[in-house]
Every structure is written in structure tokens, then in C-alpha cells.
Design a protein around this ligand. Structure first.
Ligand SMILES: [Fe+2]
Length: 181
């Protein structure tokens, strides 16, 4: 079982791989681009939700020193979730589509760099292996039930955001019905 930070960093790698696929797709490869974007939406929706439900509050519990990182991350997630929600169901032939994905990728890459260069190393220093491993287990379980769609209007801090698990169940049913899972 990977520890919390290893798990979150491997999520980042998956998303970066999808970004590279999008960048490599031809401008008129509308179907392919939409498929990639659907995967990006799912990956980022789940990733953001479990960070907000588990990792951010848990690390805040470790030390108030991480507060600034957590608060900035929440705002960055908020912006990312709005872009994802606009891309969800958007026609890939729309003239704003590629630009929206480009801005999404810029925002996420910036967010990932801050987390990996500043926030995660700080958490490693403040924590220990057993704690990070336990957090990793909780994150992995949360990933199985977290929302698969962005919910930018929903609460992003505990305890209110735990209600998003109900949204997660509905998202997963929608994914199954629409054949997107
Ligand atoms: Fe994040």
C-alpha cells in the first residue's frame, strides 16, 4: 500500500499522462480529445475530492504550518472544478474547447508543482511513515467512492463535504448508465 504522498503523486502522473495525450492529439481529433477529457474530468474530480475529504484536513491536524498551503490548494481546486464542470458535456468542436483545456492544464500543472515542491515535503517532515501509510489507506478507500464529476458549488471542507459521497454514488450510477465508467 503506497503512503498518502506517493499515492497522490502517482495520481498527478496519471493526469500528466492524459495531458500529454491531449497535447499529442490532432486539432481535429474531436472524438479522441473528448475521450481524453472525460478521463481527465474523472481523475481530477476523484483526486480533488479525496484531497479535500482526507488529506487537507488530516495534514492541517498535523500542524497549523500547512494552513496556507491548504487554503491556497482549496482555491486552486475550486477554479479547476469550475473549468472541469464547463468541459463536462461541452462540444469538442466548440471554438473555446481547446483554450479551456489549455487553461485547465496550466492551472493543474501549477497546482501540482506547488504541492510536490512545497506542501508535500513539508508534510513528510511533519509526519512519520505509519501516519502517512494510514492516510494512504484512507485515501485509497475514499477514491473508490468519491465523486467522479466536478461539483464546484458543493462544500469542499469537512464535515460538510462528506455529503459529497452521496453525490459520488450518483455520479457513478450516471457513469454506468452513460457508459463512461
Ligand atoms: Fe490537489
Amino acid at each position: 500500500m503506497p503512503d498518502a504522498i506517493t499515492l497522490l503523486e502517482s495520481d498527478h502522473e496519471v493526469v500528466e499522462g492524459l495531458f500529454k495525450q491531449f497535447e499529442a492529439a490532432g486539432p481535429k481529433a474531436y472524438k479522441a480529445k473528448q475521450k481524453i477529457v472525460d478521463k481527465i474530468i474523472r481523475e481530477l474530480a476523484v483526486h480533488a475530492a479525496v484531497e479535500e475529504m482526507v488529506f487537507y484536513p488530516a495534514t492541517r491536524e498535523l500542524s497549523p504550518d500547512v494552513e496556507d498551503h491548504v487554503l491556497e490548494s482549496l482555491e486552486e481546486h475550486h477554479v479547476v472544478k469550475w473549468i472541469l464542470s464547463e468541459l463536462d458535456g461541452m462540444d469538442p468542436q466548440h471554438e473555446r474547447y481547446d483554450a479551456k483545456v489549455t487553461v485547465l492544464m496550466e492551472s493543474v500543472r501549477h497546482h501540482v508543482e506547488e504541492e510536490e515542491k512545497e506542501y508535500f515535503p513539508q508534510v513528510r517532515k511533519l509526519s512519520d511513515r505509519p501516519t502517512l501509510e494510514e492516510m494512504g489507506e484512507v485515501l485509497a478507500s475514499a477514491k473508490k467512492v468519491a465523486p467522479t464529476r466536478p461539483h464546484p458549488r458543493s462544500p469542499d471542507e469537512p464535515p460538510a463535504n462528506l455529503a459529497n459521497l452521496a453525490a459520488g454514488l450518483l455520479d457513478r450510477i450516471r457513469d454506468t448508465v452513460s457508459g463512461r465508467s
